[in-house]
Design a binder for this molecule. Structure first.
Ligand code: NAI
Length: 349
């Protein structure tokens, strides 16, 4: 009698109250409208990699999350895999598993490499990170040549040109698919502007153009919305703070790393925009450091419209204030030499 009752309760609950797996997927993650997408994070056990992996696990547009590092990934992957969201998580460790980590990826995010310590510039990282980026990009050209590459490893002004050269050599370069992630500059510019202009940060937009180091970071506060009548001195201070945002964090962490949490957030925002573009969502625009004809420099950060093939359109700079125009001219020599340094490295080594 008891067994029959139990059977009937189970039957009732299964048929009426317990939603089917497909129903849960539909309701929670709109899996029917969002296609399967594999995202690989290279450097996934690092300071940026771990929170970025967490944020990508929370993204319902991701169906497979591949976590790769030279050490520590089994633990990170096991931990993250217990989170009850859509994506399947797999961890890969060491070079012999890199191919498996990359195969079938739609997006590869690269936060692998060493971060800055107080007193270092992003360029001081060049010697180590250039080699890491080169070997990872060689593997990308072999195992997932069609993936969108989101480059976080610094110096971005050089690592993006390195990646382009490596892909060119492999015959897989598609300028629409290579992005230097400069979103953290935009995130900072929005936060600092909202604080100064005393407006709700959620509604703020500030384009940031140029590159991703020191004076090459050029926030266009004259185009910021909502508009605020800030004094020239305030704009200068905001510009400087945005340019030095990374250093502010490196110094506050006093040797214990660089911006990891805000970078993970920014990296997740940018990857989400790329996923939306791939999925055909219209009018997805983010700033990014890409191959460009906006200036005479071969790579430049500006607003980019994202689409099914990556870059749909590189948007122009719009109207600049005199101060921004001066900043633009001042940044060009440094950005040019960082780009050339990357190209030279890729072709020499
Ligand atoms: P981290 O040292 O905490 O983590 C780096 C990870 O990369 C480590 O887990 C390490 O094992 C791994 N790694 C090293 N060589 C590798 C290889 N060949 N393949 C795969 N993984 C490898 O450093 P953190 O703080 O996560 O920074 C990573 C990079 O991101 C640095 O280059 C840093 O300068 C850059 N960064 C970029 C920002 C941006 O706005 N684009 C902002 C902040 C940092």
């Amino acid at each position: 009698m008891k067994a029959a009752m139990l059977r009937s309760v189970l039957k009732r609950s299964c048929s009426t109250t317990v939603p089917s797996a497909s129903h849960v997927m539909r309701r929670g993650f709109s899996s029917e409208s969002s296609p399967e997408r594999k995202v690989a994070v290279l450097g996934a056990a690092g300071g940026i990699g771990q929170p970025l992996a967490l944020l990508m696990k929370l993204n319902p547009l991701v169906s497979k999350l591949s976590l790769y590092d030279i050490a520590g990934t089994p633990g990170v992957a096991a931990d993250i895999s217990h989170i009850n969201t859509r994506s399947e998580v797999a961890g890969f460790m060491g070079e012999d598993q890199l191919g498996q980590a990359l195969e079938g990826s739609d997006i590869v995010i690269i936060p692998a490499g060493v971060p800055r310590k107080p007193g270092m510039t992003r360029d001081d990282l060049f010697n180590i990170n250039a080699g890491i980026v080169k070997s990872l990009c060689t593997a990308i050209s072999k195992y997932c040549p069609n993936a969108l590459v989101n480059m976080i490893s610094n110096p971005v002004n050089s690592t993006v040109p390195i990646a382009a050269e490596i892909f060119k050599k492999a015959g897989t370069y598609d300028e629409k698919k290579l992005f230097g992630v400069t979103t953290l500059d935009v995130v900072r510019a929005k936060t600092f502007y909202a604080g100064k202009a005393k407006v709700n940060v959620a509604g703020v937009n500030v384009p940031v153009v140029g590159g991703h180091a020191g004076i090459t970071i050029l926030p266009l506060f004259s185009q910021a919305t909502p508009r605020a009548n800030l004094a020239d001195e305030e704009i200068k201070a905001l510009t400087k703070r945005t340019q030095d945002g990374g250093t502010e964090v490196v110094e506050a962490k006093a040797g214990k790393g660089s911006a990891t949490l805000s970078m993970a957030y920014a990296g997740a925002i940018f990857a989400d925009a790329c996923l939306k573009g791939l999925n055909g969502v219209p009018d997805v625009v983010e700033c990014s450091f890409v191959q460009s004809t906006v200036t005479e420099l071969p790579f430049f950060a500006s607003k980019v419209r994202l689409g099914k093939n990556g870059v749909e359109e590189v948007l122009g700079l719009g109207l600049l204030s005199d101060y921004e125009q001066q900043g633009l001219e001042a940044l060009k020599p440094e950005l040019k030499s960082s780009i050339e340094k990357g190209i030279k490295f890729a072709n020499q080594s």
